[in-house]
Design a protein around this ligand. Structure first.
Ligand SMILES: [Zn+2]
Length: 256
């Protein structure tokens, strides 16, 4: 095992650029490519050579730099087999549970459909780093553009099964507006109030609110808390299954 570095920076208006670097093997991966020029500049500033791109899904703000970065670096582009036709320049296809050798580490793909049918997360064990793309945001989850609430809820279960000290990196800085919604759903949640205060301070200082631990998300993210008695009470869904509560929260958020 070798310590990996993650460099996170702003791309476009609210996307995150994410570079994963292994100092021992000197391999460097970009998680999605929201803006090729910005990513290329950050690579140069770090002195890292891009060797891989791991795409989380096909949306226009996650793949637009794929071809330009591949042309400049000769990197390998990896994505979901399910989404192969929609990921520009894709070279290697992975499926749920597949592991990709990245130096001494392995990067696992978790298929997490819901936001799109081909959406995936990447998990690195034992470093416990998770890249969620637009599937999970801090205190939120992705809109259901292609999948059903049921599919997304199943995807949430896969994330919930990871270790509590997993560090989560997401595709967008949506945390503050998600927190405002979460407080509507669960106004008396102390952990949520505390995290919201932290997030306000970070945003005020123009700092990123990510990464965040899975433990914090379990305590504050209403979409991961669809089994919470408090939330069920607030929504008038006492005794209803978590999937129904999740579906209700998702539709409230769509209209928030
Ligand atoms: Zn998306």
């Amino acid at each position: 095992m070798c310590e990996l570095l993650v460099h996170q920076f702003r791309c476009r208006s609210d996307n995150f650029g994410l570079l994963l670097y292994d100092p021992r093997s000197k391999l460097c991966a970009s998680i999605d490519t929201p803006d090729g020029d910005t990513i290329w500049r950050e690579l140069g500033a770090k002195g890292w050579q891009l060797t891989h791109i791991f795409n989380t899904h096909h949306h226009y703000d996650h793949v637009p730099g794929n071809e330009m970065l591949k042309e400049h670096s000769g990197c390998t582009i990896i994505g979901a087999k399910n989404d192969a036709k929609r990921i520009p320049g894709i070279d290697e296809l992975m499926e749920d549970g597949d592991k990709y050798d990245f130096g001494a580490n392995k990067i696992s793909m978790l298929e997490t459909p819901g936001h799109t049918l081909g959406s995936v997360c990447y998990f690195i064990e034992p470093e416990k780093i998770l890249f969620t793309g637009d599937t999970l945001f801090s205190m939120g989850c992705g809109r259901l553009f292609e999948g059903s609430a049921e599919l997304m809820w199943q995807s949430m279960q896969k994330i919930l099964a990871l270790p509590d000290d997993t560090q989560i990196y997401c595709g967008h800085e949506y945390t503050l507006s998600n927190a405002e919604f979460a407080l509507e759903v669960e106004p008396d949640n102390l952990a949520l109030q505390q995290r919201t205060n932290e997030v306000r301070t970070l945003r005020h200082a123009h700092k990123a609110t990510l990464p965040v631990s899975l433990a914090t998300e379990k305590a504050t993210n209403p979409f991961l808390r669809s089994d919470s008695v408090e939330i069920k009470k607030k929504l008038g869904l006492q005794g209803h299954p978590a999937l129904e509560v999740f579906t209700a929260i998702r539709s409230l958020k769509d209209n928030f």
